[in-house]
Each structure stands twice: as structure tokens, then as C-alpha cells.
Design a protein around this ligand. Sequence first.
Ligand code: GRF
Length: 221
Amino acid sequence: MTDNNRVVVLLSGSGTTLQAILDQQSQYSYEVVGVLSNRPDAFGLERAGKAGVESLSLDHKLYPSRELFDLELMKHIDAYKPDLVVLAGYMRILSSAFVEHYQGKLINIHPSLLPKHKGLNTYQSALDAGDSEHGTSVHFVTEELDSGSVVMQAALEITPSDTAQTLEQRVKVMEHHLYPKAIDWIVSGRIALQDDVISLDKKPLGPQGYRIPETSIVTEK
Ligand code: GRF
């Protein structure tokens, strides 16, 4: 077990991603020490409680500005002394101060093969674009939306019968394997970020990070 393994998760909704992170914690070297939500009704908070992890909600609607809300959020996150802050379906634009404060230790998972399909509705965008594959990316967070260095990706082939809903379900299965692994590789130091370049075991990776093939996603650890 590494010493730099304290993880705080931020979410806004159902928290299936958090659940996967919690369920796989015992196989990996990270420890989820806190879960925070900007929505008091987020089901992810209950998932944290069931797993015996401390959780807290701060209702962003009660704050006069994004900056003030983020400052308060940062105070609570920092109280957990995290080594990594993990966005897992956190549906808020982050202020510059927040992104700067956690530079190099803030990651997100975005359901597309970045740099393709930034923003929302990526499943429909991929179908509309006639893409032959879709997938998901874990990336470090920078000020520009979905644009930080990519750590890891997993892709699947789009079939003629796929709809936005089936794609979402298929991608989520991949995400639930990809994100815990990425978190583990970051806190254990296998993945490093320097000058916007990601390296794995000290070998620089390309702009799409480490690519996990679909066929190996369930079994590969
Ligand atoms: C995930 O699919 C992730 O790609 C995106 O938000 C979704 C969160 O889902 N960033 P859930 O709330 O964890 O179920």
C-alpha cells in the first residue's frame, strides 16, 4: 500500500462510478477518504454511507457565486488531505481558482475518445458523426473543458444496432473498470504527469494515454 493514496471523490448524481471505485478499492492501492456532492439529493452520498465513507453535500444554490462555492468546497476537500481529487459525474463547471489549486491532482472521466466529442451528449454525437468506435477517457483537469492530458482510454466498436442508450450502457461498463485502474496507477506513481506529458512506468505515452483494448477490460488488472 502506498502512502499517497488518499482519494476524495466529487459527484452530483447517481454515483455508479463511485460505486465501482469503492467496490474495487480492496484490489487496489487507493483509499476513498471522503465523498462530496454539490447536490444534497445525490444518490452517490448514500452509496458512500453504505461503504462507511464520510460524505458531505454543499448545495451550490445557496452560494452567491461559483467562486465562493468553490472556495468552500476546497476547504472541505483539503480537510481530507487528499493526494488525488476524482471527479465522478460532478456536473459543475469549476472556477479557475479550483482548477489551479488542484493542478496535477485532479482527474475526470469523460465518455468519449478525447479529443473527440467534448462536452455533453457524447453518445449521440458519436452516432451522428458516423464514428466506428466510441469510448471513454480519464484525463487530468485543466481550465479548458475536457482538454487536460489523457491518462487512459478504453474504446469499443459501435454496432449498427447501437443507440445513444446502448452506447452509454456499454461505455459505463468500461468506465467502471478503467477509472479504478487509472486512480490506482496515479496514486501508486506508475502514471506521472510532467509538462503536460503523461508517462507510464517512466515511459512517455502518446496524446491518448494508455489504451486498454475492449476485449481485455474485464480481466486485465
Ligand atoms: C459517467 O458516465 C462519466 O463518464 C461522466 O459522468 C457519468 C457519471 O455517472 N463524467 P454516475 O453518476 O457515476 O452514474
